[in-house]
Write a protein that binds this ligand. Structure first.
Ligand code: SF4
Length: 367
């Protein structure tokens, strides 16, 4: 069943004692109306069962705690593939939705959801980094270790981020989601510096492999509402998954996309074929035994991740990129997330270096 607000999946809050008296923590506790367990500093929720089977239960528990490390880090890309130079803003870990292919299942080893409530530290760090690099353009995203909006109706973080970004002309904030929890974005003075982004896929993949996410139509309607509020949009066809009827599925998603949202407001669209750490396959297939896509043929990529053979990647990319290019505005940057120069040239006929590099291409589309 499609979910409009995945935060409703959470049934229990856990708060570490050292955060309990923060006004922001109090605000979240009050808003949620959920039972609260108080833990000692550094304490963690007690979720029965062993990982990863415990993820089913763990995704119903939200830990409010302090981030004692850095909030902002460069995207963990690899040298072998073209990366877009993104900055990841770490607002928390794990996600109440449940995609079969989610890399977090292999990347994390805790089943619960975490959200960092020491947001004064987060904004102090953002100020420090932004002011410290006056020549840099920042593309900042919160959707790397969690979904940007899945818990937003509980946490209310997005208005704080959007307001911080509003006056920063050397950057944009990208809020990336598979939910339609956009209510907190309505009526904000965003100054055009926030991009609201959705991951999209072929409808059968969305229905079968993305649990508790919004449907294609729900995502696109939410995107159209955000466009109406003046936000720029982005879309990510990632992971592209081979399945019977994939051409029809991806074509349908693209047709619906351009029939529903104004194309001039789309800043960028990324494409990325399925890639995964070998350890993900056993975790995902044990949790989702009915899922079949891991049993196709893959090769080991230079980054240690399994990928489809290049010929198949290029075939899928050519088809999807062709469908997009036929409809997209000229200003929209269509790009690959983590692909080689060979694939760039085979599909697009050029490599990023010939256009100043991928980060510069993306910066140009929003500056
Ligand atoms: S929405 Fe994103 S973060 Fe959440 S389970 Fe799916 S892939 Fe993982």
């Amino acid at each position: 069943m499609p979910y409009t607000d995945p935060s409703r999946h959470v049934v229990q809050l856990h708060v570490t004692e050292d955060c309990l008296d923060l006004p922001y923590t109090r605000e979240i506790i009050g808003r949620s109306g959920l039972p609260v367990t108080v833990l000692p500093p550094g304490g963690t929720p007690d979720i029965a069962g062993s990982y990863p089977a415990s993820l089913d239960r763990g995704k119903r528990h939200l830990l409010l705690c302090r981030n004692r490390g850095r909030f902002l880090k460069p995207c963990p890309a690899t040298r072998e593939y073209r990366c877009c130079g993104y900055q990841v803003l770490n607002i928390g870990m794990n996600c109440p939705m449940d995609c079969v292919y989610c890399i977090l299942q292999a990347y994390l080893n805790n089943p619960w959801l975490s959200f960092f409530v020491n947001i004064e530290d987060l904004f102090a760090e953002l100020d420090h980094v932004y002011d410290g690099f006056p020549d840099q353009f920042f593309r900042i995203g919160t959707g790397e270790f969690t979904d940007s909006l899945a818990l937003d109706s509980l946490t209310g973080l997005s208005p704080h981020l959007v307001r911080w970004m509003r006056t920063r002309s050397r950057g944009v904030l990208e809020l990336k989601t598979k939910s339609v929890a956009i209510d907190n974005l309505r009526g904000l003075d965003h100054g055009g510096r926030t991009i609201v982004a959705w991951s999209l896929n072929s409808p059968p993949i969305m229905a079968r492999e993305e649990l508790r996410t919004a449907s294609l139509e729900q995502r696109l309607r939410a995107a159209a509402r955000c466009a109406g509020w003046g936000y720029r949009l982005a879309f990510h066809f990632d992971p592209i998954i081979w399945h019977q009827g994939w051409q029809e599925g991806y074509r349908q998603a693209i047709e619906r996309l351009f029939a529903t949202v104004p194309r001039e407001q789309i800043a960028w669209i990324s494409l990325g074929a399925l890639r995964y750490l070998p350890s993900l396959k056993s975790i995902a297939t044990s949790r989702f035994p009915g899922s079949r896509f891991f049993y196709e043929e893959f090769i080991d990529g230079l980054d240690g991740k399994c990928r489809y053979f290049r010929d198949l990647r290029v075939e899928m990319y050519r088809f999807i990129a062709g469908e997009l290019a036929a409809r997209a505005a000229e200003s929209t940057c269509i790009y690959f997330c983590m692909e080689s120069d060979t694939v760039w040239r085979q599909v697009f006929g050029f490599i990023p270096e010939e256009r100043g590099g991928l980060p510069a291409m993306l910066d140009r589309s929003v500056s």
